[in-house]
Design a protein around this ligand. Structure first.
Ligand code: FAD
Length: 497
């Protein structure tokens, strides 16, 4: 068997890339050790992610991708796929033992809009059903499906049996049936071999190519150091139901606090709550690794409003119960060998704060589709791809770490978020102008990177005067009026759609 491209991992990113390549006439093998449907995390899409999804749909004439790029068209085209409405990002800070209360609007809350209307809003992706849908579309388009298999060996062929130069021979076996070399070989039905020009690692945090190639591990260079637990829950009450009527923070909000990636900031970490439209809510808690990973029951007792929201909630997925992680971060050099390359999310796992993973994965899909289909010199293009990813990883790590360092001071944490949103919105504006940014999050703009570097060096000690200086220096990238002290931490500007 011989294919042009082998994609390892049939998550949304691997499935979309495989689908695009098959739609453009390439022979594609899609290998995944799991079978669909399977639980997956990473659910909150963003304007950058949805813009790229729409572009991919338009460029490669894959209408379902366009339809899934906003809430309204998703509901019209695929109402059977559960998802959540995401109008923006909401942040609420809680004091231990106290109910949420603000003496001034925005004192303990921050809302940043991402979409102007419900119809055009972003979505939370119920990954198990969405990934299964995208995988099935890829298979319908002609992708050779080998879900339930994993790669057990990769070898390089100077010239393969078809006379092609520089290809790879990969050996796959049914997942879970791989025996060590000293044991009996797996049976014939469980193993197959294929020759392939390209190998794309879309295996997410597994980074499976690194098992076969000496890939440089840069994880130790990341400043962000967090761990997490997460799961899907039934019976989580919306914020608007538990907040005391007289103190509703959603009054005069640009969107409902619940139609958002909801961040509950606690003393040592933060919780996310993402509501889907079929009664299920994704709930997770992330904290720096030097803080204990406190359980949901403890958080519910410590923070009364969290208790009100999750008091009668039950974990409904995954079947094995709440997932608890070690340190989340992992960073590998993305190009393992000639034509053996990782998607951004196989190269970098950073952190759920700022919800950057889906956008990064989709940018990688767009870049690699162009590279595989059109590159004149793939070596030059792969070197550029790698350099861009390295820059983005460093930049994101700085932004995320800045926010964690200031988690306990809401005014500083807010500034850290404002800097992130300035980065994201500038990137969205570039896409809106019909251009393709060299880097996501404005990470290719040297002056902006210097500005972020400077904020990183001053924010930990900053107060009102310094906040003004930061706002002044951010001015040239700030069409959204971020850090405006007169809007009660409600930012309604949206660049996209
Ligand atoms: C706790 C947490 C919360 C997150 N929240 C967000 C968020 O809100 N928003 C956001 O944008 N991003 C978020 N992310 C990031 C997001 O999860 C990832 O960016 C996204 O899932 C990557 O998608 P993917 O398709 O590249 O990989 P995945 O979804 O991880 O899919 C990888 C596939 O590869 C398969 N696989 C793995 N190893 C092998 C192997 N050796 N052989 C064959 N197959 C293999 C797996 O079975 C899987 O199907 C979060 C990440 C974490 C850890």
């Amino acid at each position: 068997m011989r294919v042009d491209v082998t994609v390892i991992g049939s998550g949304f990113a691997g499935s979309i890339l495989a689908w695009i390549l098959a739609a453009r006439g390439r022979s594609v093998l899609l290998v995944d050790r799991a079978k669909h449907p399977r639980f997956a995390i990473g659910e909150s899409s963003t304007p950058i992610a949805d813009t790229i999804l729409k572009r991919l749909g338009e460029t490669y004439r894959l209408k379902p991708l366009e339809d899934l790029s906003c809430w309204g068209t998703w509901q019209d085209s695929n109402p059977q796929l559960p998802c959540g409405r995401k109008r923006g990002f909401s942040y609420l800070i809680h004091d231990s033992g106290q109910r949420f209360q603000e003496t001034a609007f925005g004192e303990k809350s921050l809302l940043v809009a991402a979409s102007p209307t419900d119809f055009r809003s972003d979505t939370h992706w119920h990954r198990s059903t969405l990934d299964e849908f995208l995988w099935s579309q890829a298979v319908k388009a002609g992708v050779m499906d080998r879900t339930g298999y994993e790669i057990i060996d990769i070898s390089r062929c100077e010239i393969d049996s078809y006379g092609n130069r520089e290809s790879y021979k990969i050996r796959c076996a049914a997942a879970g049936k791989v025996r060590s070399r000293t044991q009996e070989e797996p049976s014939f039905e469980d193993v197959f071999e294929v020759e392939t020009d390209w190998i794309i690692d879309a295996s997410g945090s597994s980074g499976s190519l690194s098992k076969f190639f000496p890939v440089q591990d840069r994880t130790h260079q990341l400043k962000t150091r967090t761990h997490a637990w997460f799961g899907h829950f039934g019976g989580v009450k919306p914020w608007v139901e538990v907040v005391d009527a007289s103190r509703r923070v959603d009054f005069e909000n640009p969107f409902s606090v619940d139609d958002a990636a909801q961040h509950h900031l606690l003393s040592d970490g933060w919780m996310w709550m993402l509501r889907f439209n079929h009664g299920v809510t994704s709930v997770g808690y992330t904290a720096p690794v030097d803080s204990p990973l406190v359980g949901l029951d403890v958080l519910a007792r410590r923070y009364p409003m969290i208790g009100d929201m999750v008091g009668s909630a039950e974990c409904v997925a995954p079947d094995s119960g709440i997932v608890q992680t070690k340190r989340l971060q992992r960073w590998l050099e993305p190009v393992a060998a000639s034509r053996c390359v990782m998607l951004p999310t196989a190269s970098l796992t950073l952190d759920p704060l700022h919800s950057t993973g889906i956008a990064h994965a989709l940018a990688g899909v767009e870049r690699l589709a162009t590279l595989i289909l059109d590159a004149k010199d793939h070596r030059v293009e792969l070197a550029r791809y790698s350099q861009v990813l390295m820059n983005e990883a460093r930049f994101l790590d700085r932004l995320v770490n800045l926010a964690y360092r200031n988690l306990a001071r809401f005014d500083r944490f807010t500034v850290a978020c404002m800097v992130y949103f300035a980065a994201a919105i500038r990137c969205e504006e570039t896409y809106q102008a019909g251009m393709t940014p060299s880097h996501l999050w404005n990470a290719g703009d040297e002056a902006f990177c210097e500005f972020v570097h400077w904020v990183d060096s001053v924010l930990d000690q900053a107060d009102g005067v310094m906040f003004e200086r930061i706002r002044d220096r951010m001015e040239r990238w700030n069409n959204a009026g971020l850090m405006d002290p007169d809007v009660g931490n409600r930012f309604a500007y949206t660049a996209t759609k």
